[in-house]
Design a binder for this molecule. Sequence first.
Ligand SMILES: NC(=O)c1ccc[n+]([C@@H]2O[C@H](COP(=O)([O-])OP(=O)(O)OC[C@H]3O[C@@H](n4cnc5c(N)ncnc54)[C@H](OP(=O)(O)O)[C@@H]3O)[C@@H](O)[C@H]2O)c1
Length: 256
Amino acid sequence: MQLPSMNLEGKTAIITGAGRGIGKSLALGLGAAGANVVAVSRTQEQVDEVASELRSMGHQALALSVDVTVMDSLQVMVEKTLEAFGKIDILVNNAGVTVKKPAEDVTENDWDTVINTNLKGMFFCAQAVGRQMIKQRSGSIINLSSIGSKVAISNSVAYCASKGGLAQVTRVLAVEWAKYNIRVNAVGPAYIETPLLKWIKDQPEAYGRITGRTPMGRMGHPDEIIGAVLYLASDASSYVTGETIFVDGGLLAYGI
Ligand SMILES: NC(=O)c1ccc[n+]([C@@H]2O[C@H](COP(=O)([O-])OP(=O)(O)OC[C@H]3O[C@@H](n4cnc5c(N)ncnc54)[C@H](OP(=O)(O)O)[C@@H]3O)[C@@H](O)[C@H]2O)c1
């Protein structure tokens, strides 16, 4: 028998939010697996650095400054990717933001910022790339969810709403696009040490509470998200769609 492979040679992957944190690890990880990588974020210098690092390892990479909340720029992202690599096999919808506030203090602007990036931006990226994947009759889309799609995270009402919505968008797209041989899945991290969560390290009480509730007793490293995304991006998961893989050190399994 032929063992399933996670080799991505010859495939092209767009990764949003690839300038730092989890997205940077995913860009380097998918590149190391053989993919041509399109690294996307608003900050050109950060994605330029990621693309340079990939090229220095012998991989092909393109860096694009795109804001996922600006609808017109999503089509430009698709066109520039096609100019460079001719097709799009993988989209990792990773760009995300949060606003930490008690629910009673959340403003309309806070709500719109989080929902427009994590939910609206995620969906319209999937739509722009999905239209190309429909033409190609193949593709794998992976959306970055969170434990906040399943359980409450205090002071994060808009964030949890965005990730709950993302879980449903993932299922609907999986169902609608299965006939085009496009799989749509999600990966849900718990607490990962990235710039998004650097506030935790500065608050010993919060850090102790979070690691105390995590059976593995620590936060995760961004590189620990690569395996789940690589599996979902590759043919190793050819019969998996509409699913979320949680990468959480056992946190969601913890009952008390
Ligand atoms: N860290 C965790 O513990 C954790 C847990 C669960 C889920 N997640 C999810 O994992 C993803 C990555 O999180 P992270 O911790 O790596 O975050 P991060 O370190 O803050 O990085 C976020 C990335 O997204 C980009 N980004 C933000 N808004 C954007 C926009 N409008 N358009 C394009 N790019 C944008 C940022 O670059 P620019 O600001 O330069 O655009 C940056 O490259 C998010 O979806 C997050 O919700 C993280």
